[in-house]
Design a binder for this molecule. Structure first.
Ligand code: PRP
Ligand code: URA
Length: 211
């Protein structure tokens, strides 16, 4: 039986404050990047609660303490392009992680994701993948990325996302019920062009200044 993972909306006021500024059309490219960086760290704090750890003993100047250290092969996997904005903050808090890159671009008419690049590290039995993409719209990109990870031997996956909508969440939960989603906002709906409303527009364009 596959356990059904619930999606989690991360609600911290400091995170929601940043989301409001991120959405604002007045927010320029530099600030947008900085906010995505900070928001990712807030999301990670919640999403990585279940990282596997092992008990350790450490020597302090005053004696010995018991503690925990993160174990296993952790992989941070951004979906290009916009997911790149979430890679650096993840590697800052997981300096021993490796990165796997999944290149996809939505067809502008159909919103179907077109894969164009893939470079993943080797999958180990204890691999734990943190898939990152700021936008979850139709769910096509996330579902294809998760399917690709599974095809390449990765079974333990968590998805970190900044702005989502009911359609995208429902699709990921239907196709990959074993993958928990952590998001900062679930917006109202998709428009006729498959963009999230109210959303923030095109995350890749805002991040890379290609508007
Ligand atoms: C955006 C976004 C997601 C995808 C979400 O990428 O970064 O990957 O769309 O939409 P979906 O849930 O309907 O698949 P896009 O394909 O626009 O590429 P880009 O990041 O290179 O701009
Ligand atoms: N991709 C984006 O960047 N924004 C959306 O609203 C939907 C998909």
């Amino acid at each position: 039986m596959i356990a059904r993972a619930m999606h989690t909306i991360v609600q911290h006021p400091l995170l929601q404050h940043r989301i409001a500024i991120l959405r604002d059309t007045k927010t320029d490219c530099k600030l947008f990047r900085e906010l995505v960086h900070e928001i990712t760290r807030f999301l990670a704090f919640d999403a990585l609660r279940d990282l596997p750890t092992a008990a350790v003993r450490v020597k302090t100047p005053m004696g010995e303490a018991s503690g925990e250290k993160v174990v296993g092969h952790i992989v941070v996997a951004p979906i290009l392009r916009a997911g790149m904005g979430m890679l650096a903050p993840m590697l800052e808090i997981l300096p021993y992680a490796t990165a796997g890159v999944i290149g996809m671009k939505r067809n502008e008419e159909t919103a179907e994701p077109i894969p164009y690049y893939l470079n993943l590290p080797k999958a180990w039995p204890d691999s734990f993948v943190v898939l990152v993409d700021p936008m979850l719209a139709t769910g096509g990109s996330a579902c294809d990325a998760i399917a690709t990870l599974k095809k390449n031997g990765f079974s333990r996956i968590v998805f970190l996302n900044v702005i989502s909508c009911p359609e995208g969440i429902a699709r990921v939960e239907r196709e990959h019920p074993d993958v928990p989603i952590y998001t900062a906002a679930v917006d109202d709906r998709l428009n006729d062009h498959h963009y999230i409303v109210p959303g923030l527009g095109d995350a890749g364009d805002r991040l890379f200044g290609t508007l």
